[in-house]
Design a protein around this ligand. Sequence first.
Ligand SMILES: [Zn+2]
Length: 394
Amino acid sequence: MLTSKLEMIVSDKTIDVFSGPTTVHYRWRSPSVILEFFLCLVFALSSAAPRSDGVELTSEPLRLMELHLDSAIERGLPIAWDAKQVKLLRVDGSIGEFDPNAIRRHQVLDQAFVPDSAIQMRGQLQREFGKRYSVEGGGNFAIVAPTETVRLWTQRFTQLDRSFQNYFSTRGFQLRPAEFPLVGIVFPSQKEFMQYALQTGSKLPTGTVGYYSIATNRLYLYEMRGNAEAEREALMTVWHEAAHQLAFNRGIHQRLSDPPRWMPEGLASIFEAPGMMSQRTTMDPADLINASRWGQWKKLAESPEKMASLLDSMIRDDRLFRSQPSDAYAIAWGVSLYLAERDTNDYMQYLRKLSKLSPGVDYPETARIRDFQSAFNTSSLMLVKSADRFLQGL
Ligand SMILES: [Zn+2]
């Protein structure tokens, strides 16, 4: 399961659990087998279907495949199929992973693949979580939360959805519609949150306040009560994870591709700042500051050469996120915010390029460096110095 490979990043104050593609490397023998429609399912649903074992190339709508396993029958679209694994995209947006040896037979059904509608999804969630919870829709989200607080959470997620949409549309990046309703589950307590994670195969470290799973495409969090400061910090992590979920579902990244980690993390960190959840049309620039990254940024900025070499390493590979997570997150945040605000066209162009990375195909160091340099045409030293001037001026 993808969820069993959660990568845990412990930062200064919060723990960011991101079951990202960087931890799950997909290597198929033939990348051409990987279904191209994953790049844009909406488009694919009304045009050409890809080919996979048992799926004919056709201009008809994509049809469901049924897998007969030893213990169950699964339906969905095969998005990877080789001797080691089969991945199936289900109509609720989750991705199931199966051992090909466990599949007794498979057949293509005379039934189109149609993603669950918001109403269908809400009905299913209500049945799944029972009477203690209510389900409401807001923007692209379907929120499951205790009945007393579901309205508050739905409003918050609707606001984030709107901010996210505005942030990109005003910067010239046209987001695509989410193919599936984005499910956010709010547990009433940490205990229930941790228990659910355990039951569903995710081993979370103590202190986790929320996570987004690429496998289930759901966001999980719990209500923190009593300590205003702790709650504020927990919410920052929640918006960070929700920004990952939005980015993966609205065409900024793809759930099975492998962009340089600083990019998704930097982008999600931008959305931790209080200004991003503001309802005002004009934002106080100081509200763009992400307080939990700013302290570390300032320390690093005292030696720009060293900071530039750390940035170089993040452009090249993702190791810094494991060895020095606080530094990696701070640099990813500051550089991304600077680029998004002051080198907007180049940054958006770079995001567009990375959004087209093929799922399941490695993105080697040489290509990472080349694409970064051709996008921004500057040295890392110049970049960290400019970013620092920009951030100091907010
Ligand atoms: Zn993250």
